[in-house]
Design a binder for this molecule. Structure first.
Ligand code: ZN
Length: 89
């Protein structure tokens, strides 16, 4: 059973990392904001990786074949072992 909150946290953090990366790319020079964002980025990236590697794996074969789902939209099948995933909500 996969946990929906982890899938949602993963999606939010993933896009946050992309947005922050783009913002730091466009901020010119050395500013406090850029300093803060460049420290936040690796922390968020590590959080994304931890969620992905720890909580979003196939419950049967433990491979990283799970596509994070925000809401219920059909069932997913593991491309490795062929079993169907279930989310808790
Ligand atoms: Zn599997």
């Amino acid at each position: 059973m996969l946990k929906r909150p982890y899938a949602r946290a993963y999606i939010v953090l993933y896009y946050l990392v992309i947005v922050i990366f783009c913002i730091t790319f466009f901020i010119e020079g050395q500013s406090v904001l850029r300093e803060i964002l460049s420290w936040t980025l690796p922390v968020l990236w590590i959080a994304v990786l931890i969620i992905r590697l720890k909580y979003l794996r196939c419950p049967y074969c433990r491979k990283l074949t799970v596509e994070p789902q925000w809401s219920e939209s059909g069932t997913q099948e593991c491309i490795n072992c062929g079993k169907v995933f279930e989310y808790d909500k």
